[in-house]
Design a protein around this ligand. Sequence first.
Ligand code: KPL
Length: 295
Amino acid sequence: MNILILGPGAVGSLWATKFKLVGHHVSLWGRTSKSELSLQLDDAPLTTYSNQSITSVQEADLILITVKAWQVESAIEPLLPYISEDTIVMLMHNGMGTAPLIEAKLANNPIVIATTTHGAYKPSKQQVLHTGHGYTQLGGFNAKGAQCDFLAEVMNHALPEVHWNPNINGALWTKLAINCAINPLTAIHQCKNGELAANEFAIELANITHELVEVMNKEEIKVDFDALHATIMQVVNATAANYSSMRQDVFHRRRTEIDFITGYLLQTTEKHQISTPENTKLYQRIKQIEQSWTE
Ligand code: KPL
C-alpha cells in the first residue's frame, strides 16, 4: 500500500518503520520542509522516506494521522486539496473529538479511528525506540470507514496485534477514562504513573472513576465502578515506571492534550446535564498551568 504518515513523532515513526519493513511504500509529512527524512528503529538500519511530497498525498491509499489531537485540524489543512476520495484517513492519538472535525473536511472519505497501547520514544530526530509492546484496535467512524476491516490484517502484519473492533467507541471511551484518571493527576503532581497507587490518591481516583462511570453509562458504554477502577489501576501498575504524556508535556511546558481528554469528557457531561466536579477541577488546574507559561 501507499501509506502516508502525517506526524512522524514517536508513534508515527514506529508505524512508518514497521510498515516499510514489510514492504509498503511509506512517505512522511512532518513539520520540516526537507524533502527526505531518515528513521532508525531500535538497532535496525537507517531507512529513508520522502517528506512533504504532494505526489505521496495524491497517491496515498492510507493517511495515518499521528499528530496530537489538538494539531489534527491544522496538520491536515495543507493536504486537503490533494487527498483523493478513495484515500482512507486514520486517526491515532490520545483523546477524542477529532473525527467529526476530519469528517467536516473530508466527508466522502473512509474515516477509521485507532487506539494503541504500544510505547514509543524518539530520543533524537532520526531514532525511534519501541519501548513497550502493546496492541492496536481499529474501527470505522463513518459508513465507508466501517468497510475497512481488511486494514486490521494489513497492520497486524506490520506491528501485531491489531484487531478490528466494530464497537470502537467503547474502546476509545475506556482509553479516554484511563487518560482522564492518570494524565492530569500525574501532570499536576509531577509524578510517575505508579505513584498514583499510593493511599494519598485513593479517594481522589475513586471519585474521578465514579464520575467517569456515570458519563460513560449515559453514553451507553456499559461499565461499572469496580471494572473501570480495576482497569485504571492495572494501567497504573503496568506503566508504573513511566511518566504519562501529559506529565511530560507539562514538564517541557508544551501544550497538553487536556482539551481532547478531560475537556471531551466535560463536553459530554454538559450534554447530559450532569456534574463532574473532580474532573472539572483537574481540567481547570491543567489549564491554569498552561496559562501560567504565557504570563
Ligand atoms: O496513554 C498514556 C499516556 O501517558 O498518555 C498512559 C496509558 C497513561 C500511559 O502513560
